[in-house]
Design a protein around this ligand. Structure first.
Ligand code: PMP
Length: 443
């Protein structure tokens, strides 16, 4: 019996020299910590629709989908056309542009809580700016975040986010309180600490919904508690924005945060992000006639590439497709996949379940749950320990050998082009992978 690893080495042999060169130029050989697959990363040459192709010419069904950015698959024609048209009209116009206003209105039209907006270049920049605005608006310093929630890689949000602490400023860490997903505990923290500027929450629950929040109740409770305490509620919709519904998690569950952070789908596969929310908070960035206020109190934001016209063109095209309902097609595709995975688990008598809201399918092996297959109700620690690194690594490798890449070995970002044929092929690969990892004693 040839092992999964041997088959992986054989199938992806052309990636080995690239990986060796990558290791020489990049620490760890990759440019994003989640791109590494043991024993070596695979090198992708090009992509189209739901598929991507590596340097050996292998065709791979892709569920990484730009870490959740590509709601319409790789290079959808409407976005490619919009970007191509803009390329010859200038990639940076060095001033205010009509594009940025149209782009802002496209976001506002879909998310009613947003009165004003600023563009950034990533989700990380968006959460950084949101926290700075919250501190300036409230005059308070502390941030309350939730266990496991990921908001990018800057110092203010690194605590308990599944990331490492090397080089992180300790005084910044001291200003962050990490709470469990427990409204009683959060209420007590808010009443014991009058120096909390903001509560920041991943709208899906930690890690893009791997650890779901008991929604909509949880977000409603956070909204009420923060209003009562004059604390800014920052809803991080980098993953959920324009995916969980046309207007993101906040429209799906009727929540009105003070500030919303966005990126990914809103930028149509280009680098980009945004923060939006109440005008009275956003106005803290506006220049005034008062020199003293301007110098000492105005909230700074710069960024060479904010709302650059290529991102704006891609973003406007992406949001137009969302307003025409493309997210519903992705939702239907995800439901088909999720049902198929649950059937495959039952057929193979493997304990586990697939769950997930909208077009993200999450997998847990080793524990079952009688949830509605949208919001898994198992506690954080149970979900965490059910998917060991050994399981996610093996499943990721085995799925790749069988022609499919899943995100982090446990998650499927489904797009509008993952139709029935692609789903059937994925389910065949999943069935085979369950057999493969079982034969190696992983499950
Ligand atoms: N917030 C959330 C909820 C995210 O999932 C991510 C990225 N996966 C970020 C913020 C950071 O976004 P970016 O990678 O664009 O900096």
């Amino acid at each position: 019996m040839v092992s999964i690893e041997e088959r992986y080495r054989y199938k992806f042999a052309g990636s080995i020299p690239w990986h060796d060169e990558g290791k020489a130029v990049f620490a760890g050989g990759v440019t994003h910590q989640t791109r590494f697959v043991s024993p070596f990363a695979i090198y992708i040459d090009h992509a189209a629709g739901a598929l991507k192709y590596d340097v050996d010419g292998n065709e791979i069904i892709d569920y990484v989908m730009g870490s959740g950015s590509l709601l319409m698959g790789h290079s959808p024609p409407e976005i490619t056309k919009a970007v191509a048209a803009q390329l010859s009209r200038g990639t940076h116009l060095g001033g205010a542009s009509t594009h940025e206003v149209m782009y802002a209105n496209a976001v506002k039209d879909l998310m009613p809580s947003i009165e004003q907006i600023r563009f950034t270049c990533s989700g990380t920049e968006s959460t950084y700016l949101a926290i700075r605005l919250a501190r300036a608006y409230t005059g308070k310093s502390k941030l309350l975040k939730l266990k496991g929630h990921f908001h990018g890689w800057h110092d203010h949000v690194i605590a308990d986010s599944g990331q490492t602490y090397g080089g992180v400023n300790e005084s910044v860490l001291n200003d962050v309180i990490v709470a469990p997903v427990d409204t009683k505990v959060i209420r007590k923290i808010l009443s014991d600490n009058d120096d909390i500027a903001a509560v920041i929450v991943e709208a899906s629950g930690a890690n893009g919904g791997t650890y779901p929040l008991p929604n909509p109740n949880f977000l409603e409770d956070i909204r009420d508690m923060t209003l009562n305490k004059s604390v800014i509620f920052i809803l991080d919709e980098v993953i959920t924005g324009f995916r969980y519904s046309k207007g993101g998690a906040q429209v799906r569950w009727d929540i009105s945060p003070d500030l919303t952070t966005m990126a990914k789908v809103m930028a149509g596969g280009q680098p980009g992000g945004a923060i939006g929310g109440k005008s009275e908070i956003m106005q803290l960035m506006a220049p005034s006639d008062d020199f003293e206020w301007d110098m000492n109190h105005r909230v700074a934001q710069a960024g060479t590439y904010n709302a650059q016209p290529i991102t704006a063109a891609a973003g406007i095209a992406s949001l137009k497709a969302v307003s025409n309902g493309v997210n519903h097609i992705a939702d239907e595709n995800a439901k088909r996949l999720k049902d198929g995975i649950n059937e495959a688990l039952a057929r193979n008598e493997v304990v586990g379940h697939a769950y997930g809201v909208s077009s993200i399918v999450q997998l847990s092996l080793g524990v079952n749950c009688n949830c509605d297959r949208e919001i898994c109700t198992l506690p954080y620690d149970v979900i965490h320990s059910s998917m060991t690194e050994e399981k996610t690594n093996s499943l990721r490798r085995s799925m790749l050998v069988n022609g499919v890449e899943i995100a982090m070995g446990r998650k499927f970002y489904v797009s509008s082009v993952h139709g029935k044929d692609i789903t059937d092929r994925t389910l065949e690969a999943f069935d085979q992978s369950l057999k493969d990892i079982r034969s190696e004693g992983i499950i």
